[in-house]
Design a protein around this ligand. Structure first.
Ligand code: HEC
Length: 100
């Protein structure tokens, strides 16, 4: 719960990007996802395939994909608290998306 709380703060933090966006700019209240977000990870995601040639992605990789592509930022360190927190928060968002 503590990790998810930290993830929520990061989700709304525009300083993570280089272009003034936060995750929430695109993803407030379940917006901006395709139906693939319902699927168990790892799974196929169009952006992962089209922009990074990845057949399927894990949830932490999906966070990194959105960091690098729409957020135009450097990926987070793979062993960072930030990545762990955002990944945990997104797990909860996925649950809400499934129940929408
Ligand atoms: C400029 C808009 C934009 C921003 C900002 C953005 N995303 Fe995304 N995100 C997208 C789009 C578009 C998709 C759908 C990709 C697809 O299905 O090909 C997506 C999909 C996702 C998915 C679900 C992929 C799936 O189907 O399994 C997750 C998780 C996600 N984003 C997390 C994040 C996180 C975390 C951040 C902040 C670090 C973020 N996004 C910032 C546009 C954005």
């Amino acid at each position: 719960a503590e990790l998810a709380g930290k993830g929520k703060t990061l989700f709304n933090d525009t300083s993570l990007s280089s272009n003034g966006l936060s995750c929430a700019t695109c993803h407030t209240d379940g917006a901006g996802y395709n139906d693939t977000f319902e699927n168990e990870y790892p799974h196929y995601v169009a952006m992962g395939q089209n922009d990074f040639g990845m057949e399927e992605v894990h949830l932490d990789e999906m966070v990194q994909i959105c960091m690098v592509a729409p957020m135009a930022a450097e990926p987070l360190a793979w062993d960072s608290d930030e990545l762990a927190a955002l990944t945990e928060y997104m797990r909860g968002e996925q649950e809400k998306f499934r129940n929408r």
